[in-house]
Design a protein around this ligand. Structure first.
Ligand code: BDP
Length: 331
């Protein structure tokens, strides 16, 4: 198994190699894909399907290999690599991508979506198109949206979270986006940004008291082995994407671009159904292991505390105001 340090060394070497390669664009038949999860995780299954279909539909003019398990580095590394031309496609979470594309931060506003179906309607509608267009400017484009469920808090202190005061004084790992630090602080806890690969050992050694994620990641990362309480706050419903590098995509013929887009859309249909199944499987496995789980009957106290997070985000990026209104206007 590759540890965090070797991953970092590999990522740095790959980043250096990518920079060296900028002047020599990769052939479209040799695309490199980044995935933080394992091959059998819904994102991995979707990405394999994407590249298989892309190859079939373009008679092999587009093709490549998915590097699973985060061996190409963290998402932050992978975003830079894609912008530099070292990675051509990826299954990115749109949360940390907000650092590169401010418009995407609208998705990281806690409780912005009512549920998964609402998120789908928004992402498959006008807001999704606006966000896609904004992403292109960063050199990264979304070809289709993947599911990543709803994120909830878990901890290793035996705390059953029912109200914001229950987070008081606890250190929760968050993904790399300052909005998440603001979110946890507004609830009374401490938000600690940290790479995904470091969370398991940090929970185990007590560097952090908890983290937040969906059922499948809570299970596949084995965090449930070292954090025995899961409280269903569902504070973030963050979509993911099949993203490609704009320069790699633009180098394709119109016909191949269309085929690659179709491959991504078809892979998303598969990924979403795999996702729904995996949620149930992961939840059952985690509960069977003895993790204590609680629903939170009334989330209004959590939601009320988010007002300053929204205000701060809009102040920093006024464009978010319109995007929030766009999402609220979708039923
Ligand atoms: C998972 C996402 C993955 C993130 C991870 C995290 O699928 O993209 O990197 O959470 O918490 O749910 O970092």
């Amino acid at each position: 198994m590759i540890n965090a340090l070797s991953k970092k060394i590999i990522a740095t070497a790959i980043l250096a190699a990518s920079v060296a390669l900028i002047s020599a664009p990769v052939s479209a038949g040799d695309w490199k894909g980044w995935n933080i999860h394992g091959k059998d995780y819904p994102v991995g299954i979707g990405m394999e399907k994407f590249i298989e279909l892309a190859s079939a539909k373009t008679d092999g003019r587009v093709g490549g290999k998915v590097f699973h398990g985060g061996v190409l580095g963290s998402q932050g590394d992978a975003i830079s690599q894609m912008q530099l031309g070292g990675i051509e496609f990826a299954g990115f979470n749109l949360g940390p991508l907000g650092n590169a594309v401010p418009e995407l931060n609208v998705l990281s506003l806690p409780f912005i979506f009512k549920d998964m179906e609402h998120m789908h309607r928004v992402m498959d509608g006008e807001t999704g198109d606006i966000l896609s267009a904004a992403m292109r400017k960063s050199g990264i484009m979304a070809l289709s949206w993947y599911d990543s469920g709803a994120r909830s808090f878990y901890n290793n202190k035996g705390v059953v979270i029912n109200k914001p005061a229950d987070l008081k004084g606890l250190k929760f790992r968050v993904m790399g986006n300052p909005l998440y630090v603001d979110m946890v602080e507004a609830l009374g806890g401490n938000g600690i940004p940290m790479a995904y690969s470091e969370v398991y050992s940090s929970l185990k050694t007590g560097v952090i008291d908890g983290a937040e994620n969906n059922w499948p990641s809570f299970e596949s990362s084995a965090h449930y082995e070292v954090a025995g309480n899961y409280s269903l706050s569902q504070h973030l419903i963050l979509p993911e994407c099949i993203c490609v590098s704009v320069s790699a995509f633009d180098a394709l013929s119109d016909e191949d671009q269309k085929s690659v887009k179709e491959a991504a859309v078809a892979s998303a249909v598969l990924q979403r159904s795999e996702w729904a199944k995996r949620v149930e499987v992961s939840k059952a496995a985690v509960l069977k292991s003895g993790v204590k789980f609680n629903e939170i009957a009334d989330k209004s106290a959590f939601q009320a505390l988010m007002a300053p997070v929204y205000e701060g985000a809009v102040k920093k990026n006024p464009i978010l105001k319109e995007l929030i209104a766009g999402i609220k206007a979708v039923d």
